[in-house]
Design a protein around this ligand. Structure first.
Ligand code: NAD
Length: 483
């Protein structure tokens, strides 16, 4: 027998320990050849004052084993420590989050009996970069970061995944009718990369109608690739409409490491009651076994699980009178599944993981784009000021502008309020004054510094400044609404 593959596990918070115990019981009986390094993460670690939620020795374990089976953890809302999930994904470069959402009709009640959608979610950037500011008394800001390499990697991953897993179509969800620069970059890269995969159909949709269609007609979709926040939201919707959010597992894949987890959270309201459905973490462990090349054990577990679903042995979240045969708790789930190891479903399509069905693709190379000529053409200065109109702000700001620059626009929450503002526009205490080169086609950083020095001398509170660039002559900044 080969030596066991070492993996790192963490039991997490809430229902985490219960569903991890059930999963480990099944793994032990399945013939999977594994050895565990257990680490502590989540609330207990934060309570010891380790604010990134993980001891240095736990990071060492992840770097050593490179494979992490993780139960959900609790992250406080609206304050407190940052999400450890986001930290782990970013720190280990786990750029691709794969979330298969499959219906098990007629054995699990669903309005969408033939649904089989894989969501490929970008995992490192977007609003999840967690760069947020409170800038004024009234206004907060979150920065949405979308990069070309980040977009290339996830989109190419989606097409490689589709090809390796015999999928026919990849759909991109974007919102580039509004976020023309950030989502626009993702869409442009999608079109470029899609052209390299003529064997796979490619389409794109605006995320709002895409999400509506996904909830209504999931059969339309096959693989969906999208940005971090949209992917987080639509994968919960997709999992829920298969029957329960408790059914879906996920993988987080990077070039060196991978993490496997349920898509749901720590479900604190049902923790300790012994009723949680371990299926999400269990199916994540199946994805892990495929990833480490133990496909036989993966198939055994997955098929026994499908058989159990067919037999109507269901946890409370998917139990339905008339469809289900027995309502079981978390511990009985594992025992019932172990009893079925070696069996296959009779009606549902059996799982099959032949060689070549891959979850990580070592050849994801970055294509990049030729460098473009970048010119500094202006600056947006953001100021805090209570009260007044756009005309008042312009009158205050204009005398401060050095020669060679001119004020072209004032906006409030992205809406132009000078020149020719609408009297109806509601204004907060957060103003943006856009200053551009006057005459010359370029300005110098020193001119921006001089402008800010004058603003400071006048005693105005500038809370942020953002340089405005063109790239090969095209604006690298958005216009204000109404401009
Ligand atoms: P949740 O996914 O924990 O729960 C949502 C609903 O689904 C609840 O009604 C819950 O009882 C039910 N549910 C979830 N998993 C279930 C299962 N396995 N079996 C049966 N029912 C299940 O979402 P939430 O309540 O928004 O979040 C709770 C905590 O989990 C929060 O602190 C959140 O930050 C965290 N969270 C962690 C992860 C992760 O660790 N990857 C992911 C999402 C949320």
């Amino acid at each position: 027998m080969n030596s066991p593959t070492k993996i790192t596990i963490a039991r997490g918070d809430g229902i985490g320990p219960e569903i991890m115990d059930a999963t480990l019981e099944v793994l032990a009986a399945s013939g999977a050849n594994l050895e565990y390094e257990e680490i502590q993460i989540g609330e207990s670690v934060y309570r010891r004052g380790i604010m990134n939620g993980m001891e240095p020795s736990a990071w060492d374990s992840l770097r050593r084993t490179k494979v992490f089976l993780k139960a959900p953890i609790t992250t406080p809302q609206g304050g407190g420590y940052k999400s450890l999930n986001v930290t782990i994904r970013g720190a280990l470069g786990l750029y691709a989050n794969i979330r298969p959402c499959v219906s098990y009709s007629p054995f699990v009640a669903t309005k969408h009996p033939s649904m089989d959608v894989v969501i490929v979610r970008e995992n490192e950037e977007d609003l999840y970069a967690g760069i947020e500011y409170r800038q004024t008394q009234d206004v907060t800001q979150a920065v949405k970061l979308i990069s070309r390499p980040g977009s290339e990697k996830i989109i190419r991953y989606a097409f490689e995944y589709a090809r390796a897993n015999h999928r026919r179509k990849v759909t991109a969800f974007v919102k580039d009718n509004i976020m023309k620069i950030s989502d626009g970059l993702f869409h442009r890269v999608f079109d470029e990369i899609a052209a390299e995969y003529p064997d796979i159909e490619a389409e794109s949709m605006i995320v709002d109608i895409g999400a509506a269609r996904l909830a209504d007609t999931p059969e339309h979709f096959d693989v969906i690739v999208t940005l971090n926040l949209y992917g987080d939201i639509i994968s919960d919707i997709a999992a829920q409409i298969t029957g329960s959010v408790g059914l879906a597992g996920s993988s987080n894949i990077g070039d060196q490491c991978a993490m496997f987890e349920a898509i749901h959270g720590s479900a604190p309201t049902i923790a300790g009651k012994g009723i949680a459905n371990p299926s999400g973490l269990l199916l994540a462990s199946v994805m892990m076994l495929v990833h480490i090349g133990q496909s036989e054990a993966a198939e055994r577990i997955h098929n026994a699980w499908l058989k159990m679903i067919e037999d109507g042995i269901h946890t409370v979240d998917i139990f339905k009178r008339g469809v289900s045969k027995a309502r079981i708790g978390t511990r009985d789930f594992a025992a019932n599944l172990v009893d079925r190891l070696g069996e296959r479903p009779a009606t549902l399509v059996p799982a099959s993981y032949p060689a070549g069905v891959a979850s990580s693709f070592s050849g994801i190379a970055l294509k990049g784009a030729p460098a473009q000529t970048k010119k500094l053409v202006g600056v947006d200065v953001f100021l805090e000021r209570k009260g007044g109109t756009g005309d008042d702000m312009a009158a205050l700001f204009q005398p401060l502008i050095p020669a060679g620059l001119k004020l072209v626009m004032v906006s409030n929450r992205g809406q132009k309020v000078w020149p020719d503002g609408a009297p109806e526009t509601f204004c907060t205490d957060h103003w943006r004054c856009r200053v551009m080169a006057d005459g010359a086609d370029e300005l110098k950083h020193g001119q921006v510094a001089e402008l800010l020095a004058r603003v400071a001398k006048e005693g105005l509170d500038f809370v942020q400044s953002s340089n405005l660039y063109t790239f090969d002559g095209a604006n690298g900044f958005s216009a204000a609404a109404g401009q």
